[in-house]
Design a protein around this ligand. Structure first.
Ligand SMILES: Nc1ncnc2c1ncn2[C@@H]1O[C@H](COP(=O)(O)OP(=O)(O)OP(=O)(O)O)[C@@H](O)[C@H]1O
Length: 282
């Protein structure tokens, strides 16, 4: 999809928040947007997601299935978490049984299955954020827009979201995200932009990993253990190092900062590897 000459201001006499933004968002790309407080990051993400319309310019080629996790999730609903997710799945065009299955699947993945029947209004902030993320992933969107979506999640849910992002891009979806933590998905984005004034400035992304990068590195860094299974007899994708898993496949221990990059390399290998488990090591 693309933005052409996009501008947004919140009223004819108000200052422009963004202006003259032209941006290509290719299929399968992971794109990070950064910038100072109140600079216009959320405004840009809402325009990309189609939640808001530009004051001038055009947004074209947006995938039909678009999902958005807003910075603040309106959670005060009378429905239980699973019923809410099932309802949203149906809104996305899924049949009831499939919507309910996916609702259960995503609550499980984010460690919130125990709250399936809890009314949304009674959920803790963290669990409510898990539902916010689940509603976006449920429909397997072609465009996923994440505005500080990791905020409020516990460590294993954050890792699960990292993995879900890698799965989406591997499936050809475009993922655009903002996060206050500069280490979030470090090394994984294909493109990075900074809101400066009313403009969007490209930020150079670090070179992709090479050699045995991705193996455990600096002392003191948080480590993540990834268990993955590949096609029988096939070696790990180039640049990755691991040890054989007693259950078949391989175990890779990597710096947390590189885990997204490694997951992406596994999931996008041809043929792809299946990720069995991801766990942050104490
Ligand atoms: N709905 C709105 N109505 C009026 N002004 C708005 C609206 N949404 C955002 N703004 C203004 O637009 C500017 C950019 O806000 P935006 O939320 O997009 O920035 P941000 O970079 O996401 O900020 P933060 O880092 O604080 O989340 C701010 O001056 C904000 O007050």
């Amino acid at each position: 999809m693309h933005l052409t000459g996009v501008g947004r201001r919140y009223g004819p006499r108000r200052p422009w928040v963004l202006r003259g933004i032209s941006l290509e968002l290719p299929r399968g790309a992971l794109v990070r947007v950064e910038g100072g407080n109140g600079g216009g990051k959320s405004t840009l993400l809402r325009l990309v997601a189609g939640i808001d319309a530009p004051t001038e310019g055009r947004v074209g080629g947006r995938p039909l299935r678009t999902a958005y996790v807003p910075e603040r999730f309106p959670a005060a609903l009378p429905l239980g978490a699973a019923a809410y997710l099932t309802h949203l799945g149906r809104v996305h065009g899924l049949r009831g049984a499939e919507a309910a299955r996916r609702a259960g699947h995503w609550l499980e993945r984010f460690g919130a299955a125990g709250h399936a029947r809890t009314p949304m209004a009674e959920l803790s902030k963290g669990t409510s954020q898990k539902v916010a993320v689940a509603q976006a992933l449920l429909a397997e969107p072609g465009l996923l827009v994440l505005d500080e979506a990791w905020t409020g999640l516990d460590a294993s849910a954050r890792t699960e979201l990292d993995l879900a992002v890698a799965e989406r891009t591997a499936a050809g979806a475009t993922v655009v995200f903002v996060d206050h933590d500069p280490r979030r998905l470090a090394g994984a984005p294909d493109a990075q932009y900074r809101v400066e004034g009313t403009s969007l400035v490209p930020v150079p992304v670090p070179a992709p990993m090479s050699g045995a990068a991705g193996a455990a590195g600096a002392a003191g860094a948080t480590l993540v253990r990834i268990r993955a299974a590949g096609p029988p007899g096939s070696p790990l994708p180039p640049g990755l190092a691991g040890v054989p898993d007693p259950d078949g496949g391989a175990v890779l221990t990597v710096d947390a900062a590189r885990s997204d990059e490694v997951l992406r390399a596994l999931l996008t290998a041809r043929p792809p590897w299946h990720v069995r488990a991801v766990e942050e090591l104490p």
